[in-house]
Design a protein around this ligand. Structure first.
Ligand code: AOF
Ligand code: ZN
Length: 367
């Protein structure tokens, strides 16, 4: 008999554990696993780092011989392939577990249903789909990257209600409050890279590091700089807190390129046009195993990428203020549409408060 309530109880624990490790597994998914025998939790595990044990490995090790006849709850289909680690489905089979409850199947083309099939072939009862949505939400970056080899791009902005990110005089401290700023650092932790345009880098000389209340990882820093205007004295060049990549064009000054490289910056030319070919750039970053990018401005780069259909998700903070100014910079400078029918429609929209600010999240539909 399948007891859905019980199943949800354990699966939600597995989801919670996975959620806490989200952001630290690189291009791998965040996965949690709980092993239950006769009404007792006998093993728990989370995938913590790419190249190290999968969630099932830790949980089954803890369970030991108690895994015999047990139920295994896992937020992602157990793998069936030899990657950096051996297949989890074989481990489950050898453990003697009787039943496996899976939240989501693994979109990795080398797994994709074969893990579940293997378990079934060995007489293990398998059900899938419990809390699938939560598992998907946790792994939206992995799900895109593993299927396309392109990084998942989240656009984050912080503006006034009239869409301004600074005043006409350039003052931007602070647009939003401390809660929104703290959440931004969590977002940084959850992405492999932070990206900004050269305008933002010149205006703010940002560090682009993660400064959250809980321990956090610094993403790779990416500056989009078609003419290599980034000063050698910029903080992202001088401080060695995290690697820095500059995306530029073939036509950029070769001497400046050499100087930046000497200073430890990786310079990548994408396209020979006047601006960086962002589609080619994302392909290159994907090849470098950068699975997710947090785009933090400025408005022109954000608008151009949204226009090209390169943004997967938006997180837009709005301070409940107006500052106006025709020349005050805009959060998203999207090239104008002639007709409402050409608007980019945000889908799966959620609105919540972040302290005193409004946070709108959603997924641009490019259909
Ligand atoms: C699982 N449990 O906890 C995770 C899985 O290179 P590897 O060996 O780490 O394999 C990575 C792939 O394994 C990854 O792309 C995804 O398909 C799956 N991740 N599978 O059974 C886990 N993290
Ligand atoms: Zn595995």
């Amino acid at each position: 008999m399948i007891d859905v309530l019980n199943d949800e109880y354990y699966m939600s624990l597995a989801i919670q554990m996975a959620a806490k490790a989200s952001g630290q597994t690189g291009i791998n998914p965040a996965v949690g696993c709980v092993v239950v025998k006769d009404g007792r939790i006998v093993g728990i595990g989370t995938h913590l780092k790419r190249g190290e044990g999968h969630a099932e490995v830790h949980a089954l090790k803890m369970a030991g011989s108690e895994a015999q006849g047990a139920t295994v709850y896992v937020t992602l289909e157990p793998c069936s392939h030899h990657g950096k680690t051996p297949p989890c489905s074989d481990l489950i089979i050898h453990s003697g577990a009787a039943r496996v409850v899976v939240a989501a199947t693994d979109p990795n083309p080398v797994v994709s249903g074969t893990g579940v099939n293997r378990l079934r072939e060995h007489g293990i009862e398998v059900s899938t789909g419990l809390m699938e949505e939560q598992s998907h939400a946790l792994n939206e970056k992995f799900n895109k990257y593993i299927a396309t080899r392109l990084p998942f791009v989240t656009l984050k902005t912080a503006s006034t209600l009239d869409g301004k990110i600074a005043t006409e005089q350039g003052d931007s401290k602070w647009v939003t409050g401390s809660v929104a700023r703290e959440q931004t650092h969590t977002l940084r932790h959850q992405h492999a890279a932070i990206m900004v345009g050269i305008g933002t880098a010149l205006a703010d000389d940002p560090q682009l590091t993660t400064r959250a209340a809980v321990p956090a990882i610094h993403p790779v820093r990416i500056i989009v700089d078609s003419k290599l205007r980034l000063p050698l004295g910029a903080r992202v060049v001088r401080d060695k807190t995290a690697p820095t990549i500059v995306l530029t064009t073939e036509g950029a000054d070769s001497e400046k390129r050499r100087l930046l490289q000497e200073a430890g910056v990786e310079v990548i030319a994408c396209g020979d046009g006047p601006s960086v070919d962002m589609r080619a750039a994302l392909q290159e970053l994907g090849r470098m195993e950068i699975g997710s990018i947090l785009l933090e401005g400025g408005g022109k780069l954000s608008g151009a990428m949204l226009d090209q259909g390169l943004i997967d998700k938006v997180v837009l903070y709005y301070a409940t203020k107006f500052i106006g100014g025709a020349s005050a910079p805009q959060n998203i400078a999207l090239p104008g549409r002639a007709y409402m029918s050409e608007a980019i429609q945000l889908e799966r929209v959620q609105v919540e408060m972040a302290g005193e600010d409004i946070c709108v999240t959603g997924y641009p539909g490019y259909g």
